[in-house]
Design a protein around this ligand. Structure first.
Ligand SMILES: NC(=O)C1=CN([C@@H]2O[C@H](COP(=O)(O)OP(=O)(O)OC[C@H]3O[C@@H](n4cnc5c(N)ncnc54)[C@H](O)[C@@H]3O)[C@@H](O)[C@H]2O)C=CC1
Ligand SMILES: O=C(O)[C@H]1O[C@H](OP(=O)(O)OP(=O)(O)OC[C@H]2O[C@@H](n3ccc(=O)[nH]c3=O)[C@H](O)[C@@H]2O)[C@H](O)[C@@H](O)[C@@H]1O
Length: 442
């Protein structure tokens, strides 16, 4: 059993802290956001993450998990301090390390004995050394400490599962002793440990995320070519994916990647490369393809309607992917303003993210949690997120609800034959258009 303090109680900090408690450690999750901590103390989970609430509540009840804003005290009591604060994108594209530096200062000021300081936030190569320097200067040699880089690979929406069943843990450390402590901590989660130095661990995180982003932009480029040559990208991806060297995952063509990490981390890696005089052209192209891909559904709509003015468009899904209410860099943030700009009348459905989305779209659109009501009487329906209820919707009913039978699917949720059988005009990504013989466009 270790005494662990986790700095930052967001997706990463809360989930990691909870999982460390679940495996028998004494964990205190800290944040500067008082509302977040008060809510957590009162049993309210600030993020939507399947299964998390139950595990948090169990560990709180069994007194292994607590929450506080008293960060200095939490630091003094801990043997291991995890840093899981945000590293948002600065104007320049690089990662903004303000929160990480603030935490490092507080740790230095409160260092009262040997501690292992573990960075879990996604940070540019060299940040581990930077943290070491800040803690060193603020603690004036009062106590020894080590810094470890232990990047996080969880996905939102399956964060708890991903942590409890992680495929590997990466541990980059300044000492064997510190590395061994963190390796021990991860034994309940995985047997696969990559032990390395700080810089390599920091690089593994960016290299992994940008590789996944590259797969997505690659398949989206292939999808765009498929549309021009009459091929079907879902079959192309299937045919590619059986090759173990390629792998079937992350070959789903669509409206591009969003979320709190791929967009920011791909730009940050380009910046890291620039800093050392390397022009990372491939990553730049990945970003460019992704930026363009988001607006594909709008151009498909515009190819059907000469003008979108006054057209009622039902938008299905606002979150950047299913099972999360996270709106950070969601494709909907680009697509909806474009529809509004063209004076379309947008009604949006999302089972979870409406509240978060309202902060971005305000009153410019209407929000609903009733899928079929959203579609009722719409001139066209556009799918932006492959939520389960959207993927499983009854296409016959969709056609009956719609004023015009037009479905633009940005996530390739449906089989072409199914859409044809339902009598829909169905446009998806990288696949032939399903036409409808009747003249329905006005
Ligand atoms: N969200 C995700 O799925 C993943 C995120 N990451 C990385 O993990 C890091 C954290 O990401 P999220 O959890 O999504 O961020 P988040 O924004 O959800 O949470 C960060 C938390 O840190 C708190 N904070 C800021 N300054 C603080 C301080 N001085 N002391 C204590 N708390 C402080 C904020 O109030 C906030 O609650 C980022 O670097 C991100 O790139 C890595 C893998 C997955
Ligand atoms: O560093 C991070 O924050 C995390 O970023 C991603 O996780 P996440 O952003 O939660 O979501 P993903 O499931 O990876 O999806 C990202 C985006 O790519 C899109 N995507 C994904 C897969 C695919 O085949 N096609 C595709 O368009 C999704 O719709 C979504 O918008 C990584 O998968 C995690 O390993 C990583 O820890």
């Amino acid at each position: 059993m270790k005494k662990i303090a986790v700095m930052g109680t967001g997706y990463v900090g809360l989930v990691s802290g909870t999982c460390f408690a679940e495996t028998g450690n004494q964990v205190v999750c800290c944040d500067i956001d008082e509302t977040k901590i008060t809510n957590l103390i009162n049993g309210k989970i600030p993020i939507y993450e399947p299964g998390l609430e139950e595990v948090v509540k169990r560990n709180v009840k069994e007194e292994r998990l607590t929450f506080t804003t008293d960060i200095p005290q939490a630091i003094r009591d801990a043997e291991i301090i995890y840093i899981g604060v945000g590293t948002p994108m600065a104007e320049s594209g690089e990662a903004d390390l303000t929160f990480v530096k603030n935490v490092a200062q507080t740790i230095g000021e409160n260092l009262n004995g040997y501690k292992v300081i573990v960075n879990k936030s996604t940070v540019p190569v060299g940040t581990g050394r930077l943290v070491h320097g800040i803690v060193s200067s603020r603690s004036n040699g009062r106590a020894p400490f080590d810094v470890v880089s232990n990047p996080e690979f969880l996905r939102e929406g399956s964060a708890l599962y991903d942590t409890m069943n992680m495929e590997r843990a990466v541990v980059g450390a300044t000492s064997d002793h510190a590395a061994d402590m963190i390796i021990e901590l991860h034994k309940p989660f995985t047997e696969t440990i990559v032990k390395t130095n700080l810089e390599t661990a920091e690089m593994i995180k960016y290299a992994s995320n940008v590789f996944l982003a590259t797969k997505i932009s690659y398949i989206n480029d292939i999808a765009n070519i498929c549309e021009r040559v009459g091929a079907d990208v879902t079959k192309v991806a299937e045919g590619m994916g059986y090759d173990k060297r390629i792998g079937a995952q992350f070959l789903q063509a669509g409206i591009g990647y969003g979320g709190s990490c791929f967009p920011k981390d791909s730009k940050a890696l380009v910046h890291i490369a620039e800093q050392v005089g390397y022009d990372f052209k491939l990553a730049k192209a990945v970003i460019e393809t992704n930026d363009k891909q988001k607006l594909k559904v709008v151009s498909k709509l515009k190819s059907i309607f000469p003008s979108l003015k006054g057209k009622r468009i039902a938008v299905l899904g606002l979150a950047f992917k299913p099972n999360t209410d996270d709106m950070r860099d969601a494709p909907s943030l680009e697509i909806i303003p474009e529809l509004v700009k063209h004076e379309a009348d947008v009604e949006a459905f999302d089972p979870i993210a409406n509240r978060a989305a309202k902060q971005f779209f305000g009153e410019s659109i209407t929000y609903s949690t009733d899928l079929y009501k959203t579609i009722e009487n719409a001139d066209a329906c556009v799918i932006l997120t492959d939520w389960k209820e959207i993927v499983e919707m009854d296409l016959d009913k969709v056609r009956r609800q719609l004023k015009m039978p037009i479905l633009i699917d940005g996530r390739n949720c449906f089989d072409l034959k199914e859409a044809e059988k339902a009598g829909l005009i169905y446009h998806s990504i990288g696949r032939p258009v399903v036409e409808h013989s009747a003249k329905v466009i006005q």
